[in-house]
Design a protein around this ligand. Structure first.
Ligand SMILES: CC(=O)CC(=O)SCCNC(=O)CCNC(=O)[C@H](O)C(C)(C)COP(=O)(O)OP(=O)(O)OC[C@H]1O[C@@H](n2cnc3c(N)ncnc32)[C@H](O)[C@@H]1OP(=O)(O)O
Ligand SMILES: NC(=O)C1=CN([C@@H]2O[C@H](COP(=O)(O)OP(=O)(O)OC[C@H]3O[C@@H](n4cnc5c(N)ncnc54)[C@H](OP(=O)(O)O)[C@@H]3O)[C@@H](O)[C@H]2O)C=CC1
Length: 283
């Protein structure tokens, strides 16, 4: 399948990054969010990232302008009618994703592939609300999207080989490395990563060490680029909590219970870097 036009749903930290790398790779991009403000904020981050690329000599001013020129604004899901591939990166809530997928299924062309950047939610359950489950797939980018090489590609129960191959090829065109996994809660990435982050939050909650000490142990002791609490702030504490809930519900195993401190922070609106405060404070 020849993918030319990509629509990205959600202009937050992931959707913005995905739109950026698609535009840089030469695809026409429609970037959708519910509000114009969210779109403008997302476009601001993309512009800043591309400008840094120019400063660093990775691209010319003309290439930057060409990439920006390929991105168009949308606040209406009916704009899906133009896309060959849709990548959904809205908030990590099943009800919201299912509602978006129902609407996309109505508006998108018959050949279009509907993908989701979900961190952990079952692809099969999202696909089930559409009339094209064979063309629904997980396309899980890592944060920060312009820097991280992996795209975890998740096959739902009904995903066809043709859909998988088109998405794998697309991933390579974005200069990313695809890794194929099956559809179980958290896939591979967050089944392994998030319990570690949750355990780090428990060590803070139980007073085993300070947040700085916990992060230092994992950075200096295990060579992780960020400590787990810093990484949780970077991912978003709301997203971390939703992922733990998906693991707990999906496996029915109490070992995945979210730390009460994580829930408390999210309830307080302390969502990490994106809200200015999480385990750490950001200016
Ligand atoms: C939750 C999920 O479902 C799945 C996930 O995504 S889990 C999260 C996965 N991501 C990680 O684990 C990230 C761990 N952290 C890291 O790899 C690194 O700390 C990092 C790449 C984020 C930053 O690297 P660093 O060396 O500490 O800092 P820094 O020197 O500032 O950045 C390195 C480069 O990345 C770029 N960069 C950093 N953050 C960026 C961002 N948010 N957006 C775009 N580019 C970014 C910087 O511009 C810099 O590039 P140049 O200097 O060449 O311009
Ligand atoms: N953060 C991470 O490290 C990673 C996250 N993911 C996944 O990517 C997705 C997005 O996460 P992230 O970018 O961090 O979250 P953000 O909170 O940064 O962005 C989500 C964006 O989606 C918008 N949005 C909410 N509902 C809708 C809707 N119905 N239609 C269109 N847009 C909507 C939000 O708008 P508003 O703010 O106005 O509500 C916001 O702009 C989640 O599924 C997450 O699990 C995947 C890999 C890594």
């Amino acid at each position: 399948m020849d993918i030319k036009h990509v629509m990205v749903i959600g202009a937050g930290q992931m959707g913005g990054g995905i739109a950026q790398v698609c535009a840089q790779a030469g695809f026409d991009v429609t970037l959708n969010d519910i509000s114009e403000e969210a779109y403008e904020k997302g476009l601001g981050v993309i512009t800043k990232n591309l400008s840094r690329g120019v400063e660093k000599g990775r691209m010319t001013e003309e290439e930057k302008e060409a990439a920006l020129g390929r991105i168009r604004k949308s606040t209406d899901l009916s704009d899906a009618q133009h896309a060959d591939l849709i990548i959904e990166a809205a908030v990590e809530k099943m009800a919201i994703k299912q509602s978006i997928f129902k609407q996309l299924d109505e508006h998108a062309q018959e050949h279009a592939i509907l993908s989701t950047n979900t961190s952990a939610l079952p692809i099969t359950e999202i696909a089930a609300v559409t009339n094209r489950p064979g063309q629904v797939i997980g396309m899980h980018f890592m944060n920060p999207v312009p820097v991280m090489k992996l795209v975890e590609i998740i096959r739902g129960l009904a995903t066809t080989d043709e859909t998988y191959q088109a998405v794998e090829e697309m991933t390579r065109k974005l200069s990313k490395t695809p890794v194929e996994v099956n559809d179980y809660p958290g896939f591979v990435s967050n089944r392994v990563l998030m319990p570690m982050i949750n355990e780090a939050i428990f060590t803070l909650y139980e007073g085993v060490a300070t947040k700085e000490a916990i992060d230092e142990v994992m950075k200096l002791g295990m060579n992780h680029p960020m400590g787990p609490l810093q990484l949780a702030d970077f991912i978003g504490l709301d997203t971390c909590l939703y992922i733990m809930e998906v693991l707990q519900d999906g496996f029915g195993d109490p070992k995945y219970r979210p730390c009460p401190l994580l829930r408390k922070y999210v309830n307080a609106g302390w969502l990490g870097k994106k809200s200015g405060r999480g385990f750490y404070i950001y200016e």
